[in-house]
Design a protein around this ligand. Structure first.
Ligand SMILES: [Zn+2]
Length: 250
């Protein structure tokens, strides 16, 4: 496999009820999060960063990966089981419709406190101990709490303290600082078009430059990118792409 950082991955892909996922990640880019739970897989980039986050939070053993990548077929079964077991209101609050689940991207992971009988749909994830530390450190490793309290109307999903989404750096930090969920963050980034002015953000000794290119302007984009600056291009799922330039500190 090529280096983790050279595999292009659209970390800002928006997947929700209005934005179903068109294409699932290639199987060879999905890896088990933990050798003890080989069935819980993530995109390799998210896996590497989750490893670092778990180590930093002192969470190995105390925090378990409960669910990672799910193919559409599995989401269909979860949806049907939840409906049968818990009814419509619960299912619509905590389970994404098949085709509209972030878990199908390989960039989302449900984590749970290591307790007997971990609940698969709603694992316990307290704000204290290793879980609390992980939550506070998550943004530094590119993860956000995707369905926070108070944003239920925007995300369409109830508060889920266990569901973390890898969006990458510096986006996780920016989203946390500004209190934005992915829907709101992508809306905000659209106010930084390619023609300028771009979003400039300084963090961890780098100067990041971020801007949005609408679908109608994608032709010839590669030729318009600066050739000497590391650049990440993320699809957003139907509304253009976000470019992130990693400039040196200056
Ligand atoms: Zn989840």
């Amino acid at each position: 496999m090529r280096g983790v950082w050279s595999i292009p991955v659209s970390t800002l892909l928006l997947v929700n009820e209005a934005h179903p996922l068109a294409e699932e990640p290639p199987a060879e880019e999905l890896l088990p999060v933990d050798s003890r739970f080989p069935e819980v897989k993530l995109h390799v980039r998210a896996k590497v960063m989750l490893d670092q986050l778990l180590t930093a939070a002192g969470g190995r053993g105390a925090v378990l990966p409960v669910s990672g990548y799910r193919p559409r077929r599995e989401q269909e079964m979860i949806w049907a089981d939840a409906l049968a077991e818990h009814g419509t209101a619960f299912t619509q609050t905590y389970v994404a419709r098949p085709g509209c689940s972030e878990h199908q991207t390989g960039l989302a992971v449900d984590l749970g406190e290591n307790v007997p009988d971990v609940d698969f749909l709603c694992p316990s994830f307290p704000e204290t101990g290793a879980c609390g530390r992980l939550r506070r450190l998550a943004a530094g490793y590119g993860f956000v709490l995707r369905y926070p309290r108070g944003k239920e109307k925007v995300t369409g999903i109830g508060y889920e303290p266990w569901h973390f989404r890898y969006v990458g750096w510096p986006h996780a930090r920016l989203m946390e600082e500004r209190g934005l969920v992915l829907e709101e963050y992508l809306d905000w980034l659209r106010s930084f078009p390619e023609q300028g002015p771009h979003l400039n953000y300084r963090a961890a000794g780098r100067n990041f430059e971020v801007y949005h290119v609408p679908a109608a302007r994608l032709e010839g984009l590669e030729a318009r990118l600066p050739s000497h600056i590391p650049c990440q291009c993320s699809q957003t799922n139907g509304e253009g792409v976000v470019l992130t330039l990693w400039r040196d500190a200056g």
